[in-house]
Design a protein around this ligand. Sequence first.
Ligand code: DX5
Ligand code: ZN
Length: 212
Amino acid sequence: MKVSLSILTIDYANVEKNLKTLLPNVDYIHMDVMDGVFVPNISFGYTFIKSLRKLTNIDFDTHLMIEYPQNYIKQFAEAGSQYITFHVEAKCDVQQTINLIHQCGCKAGIAIKPNTSVDSILSFLPEVDMVLVMSVEPGFGGQKFMPSSIEKVKRLYSLKEKNNYKYLINIDGGINDNTILNVKDYIDLAVVGSYICNAADPIANAQNIKNN
Ligand code: DX5
Ligand code: ZN
């Protein structure tokens, strides 16, 4: 199992030190970008991501929880993102936004909130590089895994097998050594935040997920 480390709950004052120990044990850094409109929380933007790019060559899996993703794709690409994922529920033209992400040289991901069905993204599945299934309401780290996400990753897995689609299946929210067991057979990577960042032994917890 590949791990995309959400740094939302990391201690930003010691971000370099904390990341250096964790980086060899994870596969991507998951950048949770929040605008206080699409979700009831504000996190960080592309200038922060650009600074982190100086610390590492690891792939950045940028998750835009913002109302108007189309207006900021170029900035997030230039900041050093490899994957840029936006929400189908955002106020944008989904097809144009996918095209824009590709034009900027990044891989395009589409995310669905817990109340959004896989049906709503069916027509985009042939061309996206990642599908991100939210297993909590977006906005905050440290929430409880919602089992309704399990059927969604199963369906995305069977659609991918049947149609030979290329997208990676990713899940985001409440993942730990227990909840991962529900989805591990259907996903390519998992976003993990508080289970690693807030742990007494973060490296051991990263390994607990990776060993699945
Ligand atoms: C929620 C974010 C998640 C979250 C993951 O809006 O998209 O990435 O911070 O954190 P944990 O693993 O603590 O649920
Ligand atoms: Zn996220």
